[in-house]
Design a protein around this ligand. Sequence first.
Ligand SMILES: Cc1ncc(COP(=O)(O)O)c(C=O)c1O
Length: 363
Amino acid sequence: MQPKSNIVHLPVYQPGKPIEDVKRELGLTEVIKLASNENPNGCSEKAKAAVIESLSNTHIYPDGASVELTADLAVKLGVQPNQIIFGAGSSEVILMIARAFLAPGDETIMADETFSQYKHNAEVENARIIEVPLKDGRHDLPAMLAKVTSRTKVLWICNPNNPTGTIVSHDELTAFMKSVPTDVLVVLDEAYGEFVYDGTYSNGVDMLKEYRNLVVLRTFSKIYGLASFRIGYGVGHPDVIRFVNQVREPFNTSRAAQAAAKASLADDAFLEACRESNAAGVRYLYEQFDRLGLTYFPAFGNFVMVDAKRPSPEMFDALLRRGIIVRARWTYYPNHIRVSVGTPEENKKFIAALEQVLQEVTV
Ligand SMILES: Cc1ncc(COP(=O)(O)O)c(C=O)c1O
């Protein structure tokens, strides 16, 4: 058997280590996962009720086009239904965009470091990947623009960026969109957008009126607390969304996920409470890192990238032995760990463990 030559070397995606594995491997009874930027508050009670209601129809295929959910979301976002596409998480929308827009040899531009799935899916399509280093942990939009050629098809911007948590401002993004050729599709990944309070942050959906070559990605996995259901979406010009829809699997989002997402959209109070508790969590982590003399990137999402001033693989292992799972091993940031905001209790336990580990791991 001969697989496509360009996928032979591809790594399998390494998710945040599962709690169950850590308990088993290290014989721990309590493990706290702060590794995948999940919502420690779970999801809306309304979403849970909607899922239970959806269970009476488990034997019937879901609505492949998510018509009801699309209608509600379109009203909420102030766009037309034909501007929205749903995926099994925004990860699947990334996959579909790569599938629809990238052919072998096409060029695609992304930051380094950023969310791994832009590169991964581009590699599957055998596209030519152009990575542009971050500047102070932020997307360097002028440098990315300078890399655009006549072969560039898709350019990815993660805002806030995973793993650094930084943002590009509305003004920076607008200047960029004005300069980028209109035949380059710009994918603006706002997976963590709902957490951002900063006044300079852009609302990508509002920019769609002006730029037909923009697609905004969002997800129900993060602030809505529905990561296990796998549902996210893309919003863009109807022509772009139609092409993405053409490569979509027929029943890519489940009935339960659609029901949960639809109910979540009707629970603004839950969303606001999560925004506030996350902001309080970020403030607490900042205070503690300051006390410990550690620096960090400004965090606009639900995670903080902190410079432990020690090799991150060792920090990761030492924290793991104390039952705390974080993310480490970044190419450009060998001493940084990324920690998701947990519940106040989880955050405290993380800081207590970190304080011990900082003594244990040598600089
Ligand atoms: C920036 C970013 N985009 C997209 C995703 C994908 O999330 P999901 O597929 O769960 O919607 C993630 C997940 O961590 C992410 O960090």
